[in-house]
Design a protein around this ligand. Structure first.
Ligand SMILES: [Zn+2]
Length: 480
């Protein structure tokens, strides 16, 4: 029997606010500050303390909801989600339950099967918990993270392949970065995935028992854990065994999902409205003004790049995946007077991306400005240097940040287009290789390419290859 995956995703994203969700403590990265240095009676859950809603966090969640085509609900209620955990000093988390801030949206993703719309069930706001570290038989808790605004984005169970899951996760991360509401730093745990996974006979519409794989902190973990869990469930189904509803973790070392606990039902949390907070009423005029100030998002930018710069959809998609790359590209195009957007695309995504990958640096950190990339491309287009020399110059620019022109001058890399100079080199090469010349004159024409290669080598790659070809041919003809 053929099975199909039925997958839904929950994404937790910490918001880039200055202060925490319900108090004035600063939001800091856990690796940047001493543990428990940014805490107060509110986020430590002391009795009698009153929370105050962070307006900026609400605004960032509305921005995200709008970017995901959601309805922004006017009437919101925060709820207490009651459970005990050492990193949750209040014994409950303030979240949203029946009345999420945003609902009923969608996000379109691109896959090899074409575009597909993934339904967004809800986007709501809650507070993060503290962070536990288990070491040397002890458990340590850092409450700096406790109370940091956390946005939860929940999809419908619309994914039918791991490819769709990956495309969605990648695009969602790009969007929160475009909106500047989350840094997307997965290794720092500021964006975390959970996958709800089940399978069913292909073509059926039933929803079977699912498992939930929690705390996936990288695209790689998300993909591998999902693949593993689908295969595990399929094996069970083929043996006629049942999938048990439970929460799983991903064990990177064993490359396997491992059961953590049997899944709580919503009633286990005994949600009730947070008595310390009034209902949050959102003014539609505020939503309209947020909508009007949203930045251009990846899809709109892609379509504009296709329209304005003549790029293919796939090429434009590659550029807009990271806002910083799209901005760099566009700055270069403007610098060049939009003369050759395709050449800039090729140099950027070909050679420059390769150097960036090899060195493991992002585009924000490179020493080559958009302006100096354009200057290099102009030297190549003008024939001052040839393409191969251009690639060598780019490698130097990447290391030193020097402008292309200075490198070309300092190293004497300018292309030799002076016919007299090229003729002299050709003469020298032909004189040094009488045997090869004789073969050519005897009818073995393929020798021509080899002789051209020798001339290029002799010129240290600087001769204009077109001119070399022409002159070698002419001088050989003269010897016939
Ligand atoms: Zn606090």
């Amino acid at each position: 029997m053929d099975y199909e995956p039925v997958i839904g995703l929950e994404v937790h994203a910490e918001l880039l606010t200055h202060s925490k969700m319900f108090c004035g403590c600063a939001v800091v990265m856990s690796d940047g500050e001493p543990p428990n240095s940014h805490v107060c009676p509110v986020c430590l859950g002391m009795p009698g303390m009153l929370p105050v809603i962070n307006q900026r966090a609400v605004e960032m969640t509305i921005m995200t909801g709008l970017a995901l085509n959601c309805t922004i609900e006017a009437f919101n209620v925060f709820a207490r989600k009651n459970y005990f955990y050492p990193d949750l000093p209040k014994g409950y988390q303030i979240s949203q339950y029946e009345f999420p801030l945003c609902s009923n949206g969608w996000l379109e993703v691109e896959t090899s099967q074409g575009a597909k719309r993934i339904g967004i069930r809800r986007v709501h706001l809650e507070e993060d918990t503290g962070k536990s570290t288990h070491a040397g038989g002890k458990s340590l808790i850092d409450f700096n993270r406790g109370g940091v605004p956390l946005m939860e984005i929940v999809t419908e169970p619309d994914f039918r392949s791991v490819e769709e899951v990956q495309a969605y996760a990648t695009k969602l991360r790009a969007i929160v970065r475009y909106l500047d509401v989350n840094s997307g730093d997965m290794e720092k745990g500021v964006i975390r995935f959970e996958a709800n996974i089940s399978i069913r006979p292909a073509g059926s519409t039933e929803l079977n028992t699912r498992t939930e794989v929690k705390n996936l902190n990288s695209f790689r973990a998300l993909v591998r854990a999902t693949e593993y869990e689908l295969a595990r469930q399929q094996k069970l189904a083929e043996r006629g065994e049942r999938v048990v509803q439970q929460t799983m973790g991903w064990d990177e070392d064993r490359n396997a999902t491992v059961p953590q606990r049997s899944k709580e039902q919503a009633h286990d949390y005994r949600y009730f409205p947070e008595p310390d907070l009034p209902p949050l009423v959102i003014d539609p005029a505020w939503v309209e003004s947020i909508k009007a100030s949203l930045p251009e998002l990846p899809d709109a930018k892609r379509d504009r790049f296709v329209r304005d710069y003549g790029l293919s959809r796939g090429d434009a998609e590659l550029l807009v995946a990271e806002k910083a790359v799209a901005d760099y590209y566009e700055a270069a195009v403007q610098q060049s007077g939009a003369k050759n957007p395709k050449a800039i695309f090729n140099w950027l995504t070909g050679e420059l991306f390769r150097y960036m990958n090899d060195a493991g640096v992002s585009i924000e950190a490179i020493k080559i400005t958009p302006q100096s990339l354009v200057e290099l491309i102009e030297l190549v287009e003008a024939g001052t240097i040839n393409v191969n020399t251009g690639k060598r110059v780019l490698a130097d620019m990447f290391k030193t940040g020097e402008p292309a022109k200075s490198i070309v001058e300092a190293k004497g890399l300018g292309q030799i287009s002076d016919m007299g100079a090229i003729e002299a080199i050709v003469q020298k090469v032909l004189a040094a290789n009488p045997g090869e010349v004789a073969k050519y004159l005897g009818g073995k024409e393929t020798v021509l390419g080899w002789l051209v290669g020798q001339v290029m080598k002799e010129s240290r790659g600087k001769a204009n290859p077109g001119a070399v070809q022409e002159i070698v041919r002419k001088q050989l003809a003269a010897r016939k």
